[in-house]
Design a protein around this ligand. Structure first.
Ligand SMILES: Cc1cc2nc3c(=O)[nH]c(=O)nc-3n(C[C@H](O)[C@H](O)[C@H](O)COP(=O)(O)OP(=O)(O)OC[C@H]3O[C@@H](n4cnc5c(N)ncnc54)[C@H](O)[C@@H]3O)c2cc1C
Ligand code: FES
Length: 248
């Protein structure tokens, strides 16, 4: 019988440097663990970690097919740099799939910034949707990643649209048929800017929040988030929320 959430050790099948700062890690996925949904995440840990890093790191699913799961990871600190150094055949401890996912629906606009791209890239490959990605620059980006996006904004003049991804989304809202909902994942400033756009047009908005996590399973309360009077645990109540629930 498939288990909804599990702890298991998996072998690395491949690790590829996608850009100077991003890598793709693929692992064997056991047949008796529930398939992951877009927006769900795993806690990843190298079993050899001791003091620093010690705790597993939360990472969204970027790709899945029976037997293989992949994660697209940005190297930002000790944990992600350590994962990037693993070789094929190394073991990684995983807990998951965790959290809720994005609800599949038609005519969705997906808005990503920073480490928000992997879950929305996974969603688009399975369910479709128009993917907007905000980048600092096109320089040094991977063509395969860029080809997964329908619209790209850059803060410099290297891309097709110069400005923030929120400005790009606002521009498209004027020119095209409106989406049935917007799903976004990225830095908080980007999420609130997208939320303003959605609210002013009465468009439902689901956001995936990023908080530091120690357990991923609702035990430590390290990931609690307060929006107005609502206090939520991002790992178990989310990470995907209706924006009206967290920003009333
Ligand atoms: C549900 C969820 C899904 C995620 N999915 C992905 C993903 O698919 N790909 C990916 O590259 N990253 C993802 N992240 C972010 C990732 O977990 C952090 O970048 C990672 O834990 C940093 O670990 P580190 O040891 O390398 O850095 P640390 O040494 O722990 O920190 C380095 C820097 O990153 C900041 N940081 C650490 N954790 C987070 C966080 N959760 N959110 C924002 N800033 C953080 C720290 O404040 C510090 O400035 C996700 C986070 C969450 C909560
Ligand atoms: S990370 Fe421990 S409760 Fe959410």
């Amino acid at each position: 019988m498939m288990k909804k959430r599990d702890f298991f050790s998996a072998s690395v099948t491949e690790i590829v440097n996608v850009t100077d700062s991003w890598f793709l890690i693929s692992l064997v996925y056991p047949g008796d663990v529930c398939p992951p949904a877009p927006g769900q995440f795993f806690m990843l840990r190298d079993p050899s970690w001791d003091i620093h890093p010690l705790l597993p790191r939360p990472i969204s699913v970027y790709g899945y097919e029976p037997g293989v799961i992949s994660f697209l990871i940005k190297k930002v600190g000790k944990g992600t740099h350590a994962l990037a150094l693993l070789q094929a055949g190394a073991r990684v401890d995983l807990t998951g799939p965790l959290g809720n996912g994005f609800v599949p629906a038609k005519n969705i606009w997906l808005v990503a910034g920073g480490v928000g791209f992997p879950p929305l890239g996974f969603y688009r490959r399975i369910y479709g949707g128009r993917l907007f990605l905000g980048l600092p620059t096109i320089n040094g980006q991977n063509p395969r990643i860029l080809s997964e996006c329908d619209h790209i904004s850059t803060m410099d003049a290297t891309g097709p649209f110069q400005g923030s991804v929120a400005q790009l989304v606002a521009r498209h809202m004027e020119d095209s048929e409106k989406p049935s909902a917007v799903y976004s994942c990225g830095p908080q400033g980007m999420l609130t800017a997208i939320d303003d756009i959605c609210r002013s047009r009465n468009i439902p908005h689901l956001v995936s929040l990023e908080e530091k996590m120690a357990c991923g399973t609702g035990i430590c309360h390290g990931c609690s988030f307060s929006g107005g009077e609502n206090h939520v645990c991002v790992c178990t109540d989310g990470p995907v929320f209706d924006a009206r629930e967290i920003w009333p």
